[in-house]
Design a binder for this molecule. Structure first.
Ligand SMILES: [Zn+2]
Length: 232
């Protein structure tokens, strides 16, 4: 490898070491963010279930009130029949049967509401469990991130200084090419395998491979622009 290319290669190595630290930080942060979002979603789901529970409880209460009212009404009519005080016997009988029918209907609804309430309570309990689990995970992830933060900062600053130092003494046009490749977030170096650039799989002319191998030329792929590394 050409002497100048070796410098770029060394710079790339330093950059990658710095990238590893960046990736570590973004991983630690990403985990905290992911757990926070999952926890917020879970809490919102529980909130929604609590609202459902409240509305079902209201329905349950109303149904019980209705049953009570119809029961009283039916009993009153029945009493009028039994004691012979009903002004209209037929109407009183009708009232008794109407109340019985209404009570049946409300009771059916009430049973359904109670089922739903039970169901909702079960779902809420399981979601609360998941919420507690997420909360513990978040606490753990936040702790791990915060604990690593100071040492990571020191390592990152050192790696940045190393990287910046690594740029010194490299030709400006090589740095420009290097920065352009970095900005494209592609591998800066490609190897030559069986005469082909591993970056773009275009054949590198044999005289260029030879010049690169003999280190008399800064090897750059003419097709994809990557710096050329190992030849195999
Ligand atoms: Zn290439």
């Amino acid at each position: 490898m050409h002497e100048d290319l070796l410098k770029v290669y060394a710079l790339w190595g330093k950059e990658q070491a710095r990238d590893v630290l960046l990736a570590e930080w973004s991983g630690l942060n990403g985990e905290v963010k992911r757990l926070k979002e999952a926890l917020a979603t879970k809490t919102a789901e529980i909130q929604e279930l609590l609202e459902q529970t409240e509305s079902l409880t209201t329905q349950e209460r109303e149904a019980n009130r209705k049953i009570e009212r119809y029961t009283k009404r039916g009993q009153k009519a029945q009493k009028a029949i039994d004691t012979g005080t009903a002004t209209d016997f037929g109407m009183a009988l009708e009232q008794v049967s109407a109340c019985t029918k209404l009570i049946d209907e409300v009771e059916t609804e009430l049973l359904q509401t109670m089922d739903e309430l039970e169901n909702t309570a079960e779902i809420t309990a399981s979601k609360r469990q998941a919420e507690a689990q997420l909360s513990a995970q978040l606490e753990h992830a936040t702790g791990a991130r915060d604990e690593r933060k100071p040492s990571l900062k020191v390592e990152f600053d050192a790696a940045t200084a190393e990287r910046d130092g690594g740029r010194e003494g490299i030709w400006r046009d090589l740095l420009t090419r290097y920065d352009r490749l970095r900005a494209k977030k592609v591998m800066v170096f490609a190897d030559i395998v069986s005469g082909q650039c591993t970056g773009c799989y275009i054949t590198v002319p044999s005289e260029q491979v030879s010049a690169h191998r003999r280190a008399v030329e800064v090897g750059v792929c003419r097709s994809c622009g990557r710096f050329l590394g190992e030849v195999s």
